[in-house]
Design a protein around this ligand. Sequence first.
Ligand code: UDP
Length: 235
Amino acid sequence: MKPKYKRVLLKLSGESLAGNETHGIDFDTVLKICEPIKKCADMGVQIAIVVGGGNFWRGRSSGKMDRTRADHMGMLATTINALGVADALEQLGMQVRVQTAIAMQQIAEPYIRNRAVRHLEKGRVVVFGCGTGNPFFSTDTAAALRAAEIDADIIMKATMVDGVYDCDPKKNPNAVKYDSLSFMEVLNKNLQVMDSTAASLCKDNNIPILVFSINEPENIVKAVCGEPIGTIVEE
Ligand code: UDP
């Protein structure tokens, strides 16, 4: 198989790292997700990763807490995941750097765009933690922002469903999956691909998003090689 893309931004949801558990990190699952990432890197693809934090904490589900503080906790959760993913990639023999949007200099590099690009050019995987560094945003928006900053060819959003549907496939057995969509359709139909801030950022900067299932980790290789999986959202 030949890669279609040179530089990709892979968005891993927090949920995908929990395996069969409802919470936390299942390290064997993380290793399984990282194996195809190594395959892609071995094919010469530059890979940056934005990790979510929903397997530990989501600010918007924090009930009575102050939202800003709850989001700070969410961003810390993404950093736990970033370190877990980095460790798995290193165990597979890869060179990895974690960069966080909020400085934590004892455990990770601060996010510096040019430095991130340099790592990618040297074949290192860069894992971005802390989302955008701001409350009221999501890691999907962080994925869109980082993809724009590092000039990624595509955002590959690895999720628990195998693409974008016209309604929730878990609730409606007749839900129909889209093979491709435009950003306008996503925004107008309010499809739950990603939140509207993230979708607008991708639209404005013309960054395509491929949504696919991570239940089959090898899909990461297929996605990088441009095989027709999941749902592609583009202009
Ligand atoms: N978060 C934030 N700012 C960001 C990105 C994330 O405050 O730029 C917080 C927010 O509380 C969010 C949590 O981190 O709920 C985890 O991120 P997200 O919900 O996007 O994770 P996912 O659903 O992808 O696992």
